[in-house]
Design a protein around this ligand. Structure first.
Ligand SMILES: [Zn+2]
Length: 462
């Protein structure tokens, strides 16, 4: 039986007896929700006859996850509906979708096109990151209008083969981003080092995906990140390093932050749970991502960085392919399909492997999965916390629920998980998006088009 997604529409809802957790505290209280927002927090709130009541005893009440990094357009296999469902089933209520302008400088047009798609397909709320592929005059002139329209982040792929020839242009984009109040997301891998590594493997007859880790060495990630930090320092633009994978690169960012530069760090679940040996297994191609999986020391450093605050966010970088697509025998280190399906399991696995093991506190768990992203991307306090006036995006999380990851049951069209069979303790039980129950006990509401295109504040340092 599906959840009654309309149960709380137009009525107030009271959530009782849960342990509320924010990035800064935890406390027992009841919540009252009306018109999609949290309207009251207190002890033993009375429920009038018109109110629905949810008993959250034994559950954590968390702000809905804010995952600022997903891919939900072709060639990846999920759209905004299947991506939303996977997200909501995993306690993530807000998604940051990478949007690719075509032609490359049609920045406002892509927002219009994606907005129409959101109105048809989305169930989660959506923010858009516009990918800057070509730093033309037109692109530079449009950045202030992008910010005015409330889309206050852009993405640059330093790994693109055309990045170097356009480096001056991208530096100008960052100057314009600083002036317009945009946060610049950066994929930090050096295109030249990666290209040469691939070429060497090819000419040695070692282009199979068994050698994927060698095709994208940590030096490529490190030098690109150093360059991104220098571009930040030279232009003033705040940067957000996506999917940081290694200890060496984390040190680069820590050093930049020690100098008070606006450098923010994201990592992704793969790098917290797996190491590069996976790539040597028969199903190794399933684990291909950019950058590649790294070593056990890197995994430890990332967990330490999550606990210390050196890492701001964990994002899925959900980039779903089917098993057949990932295992396609024609793929090589030059033509791999990077990325994995991650949305449904990110929070449960981080809780299970991080909070239950004592590696991170509950409050850090909330900070890195919700609050920090909401702050960095201009959505706080509408999203990312539990406070009067905030959107009622809430996860009633059962910290004792234990079940294995079953990839075949995911709402994602990927249809498999690289964590198949992992036993995970701590799963969402009920998920509310703006006060509506969109997930309950394994059943998803189904209202494509009910998700919103979010407009956001300009970047300010958190
Ligand atoms: Zn990505």
């Amino acid at each position: 039986m599906g959840p009654d997604v309309t149960a709380s529409r137009g009525r107030s809802l009271v959530i009782r007896n849960g342990l509320i957790v924010t990035a800064g505290s935890r406390f027992r209280a009841d919540l009252r929700i009306g018109d999609g927002r949290i309207v009251e927090i207190g002890e033993r709130l009375p429920a009038d006859v018109e109110a629905d009541v949810i008993d959250a005893a034994g559950h954590l009440v968390l702000p809905g996850g804010v995952d600022p990094h997903v891919h939900l357009s072709p060639p990846w296999v999920d759209d905004l509906t299947t991506g939303s469902k996977a997200a909501l089933a995993g306690g993530i209520t807000t998604l940051g979708v990478m949007s690719y302008p075509d032609p490359p400088d049609a920045l406002l047009e892509v927002v219009g096109r994606e907005g129409a798609r959101i109105r048809r397909e989305a169930i989660a709320d959506i923010m858009l990151h516009t990918v800057i592929r070509s730093p033309t005059r037109e692109t530079l002139a449009t950045l202030p209008r992008l910010a005015e329209a409330g889309h206050t982040s852009i993405k640059i792929y330093m790994v693109s083969p055309t990045f170097d020839e356009n480096a001056a242009g991208f530096t100008a984009v960052m100057e314009a981003a600083w002036e317009a109040g945009l946060l610049v997301m950066m994929h930090c891998e050096d295109a030249g080092i990666v290209a040469r590594a691939i070429e060497r493997l090819r000419s040695a007859g070692r282009a199979s995906l068994r050698h994927y880790a060698e095709s994208r060495p940590v030096e490529a990630e490190e030098v690109a990140t150093r360059r991104a930090v220098a571009m930040c320092e030279a232009t003033g633009a705040p940067i957000y390093v996506v999917h940081l994978s290694s200890e060496r690169v984390l040190r680069v960012c820590e050093e930049a932050r020690a100098r008070d530069l606006p450098v923010y760090v994201e990592t992704r679940p793969m790098y917290l749970h797996l190491t590069e040996e996976r790539l040597l297994e028969p199903d190794g191609p399933l684990y291909v991502g950019q950058p590649p999986l790294r070593k056990a020391e890197d995994v430890d450093a990332l967990w330490t960085g999550l606990a210390s605050g050196a890492i701001d966010t964990v994002a899925t970088d959900h980039a779903p392919w089917t098993r057949e697509q990932k295992m396609d025998p024609r793929l090589t280190v030059a033509t791999s399909r990077a990325g994995v399906n991650n949305l449904e399991v990110m929070l449960p696995m981080l809780y299970s492997e991080g909070v239950r093991t004592g590696r991170i506190s509950l409050e850090r768990f909330v900070a890195v999965t919700s609050t920090n992203a909401a702050r960095l991307f201009g959505l706080y306090p509408e999203k990312g916390t539990i406070a009067v006036g905030s959107d009622a995006d809430l996860v009633l999380f059962d910290p004792e629920a234990t079940r294995p990851v079953r990839g075949s049951e995911t709402p994602s069209r990927a249809g498999f998980s690289i964590y198949e069979g992992w036993t995970v303790t701590g799963w969402p039980r009920i998920v509310l998006r703006r006060g509506e129950i969109v997930y309950r006990d394994g059943a998803l509401g189904d209202e494509p088009g009910s998700g919103r295109l979010l407009t956001r504040e300009r970047f300010t340092r958190p």
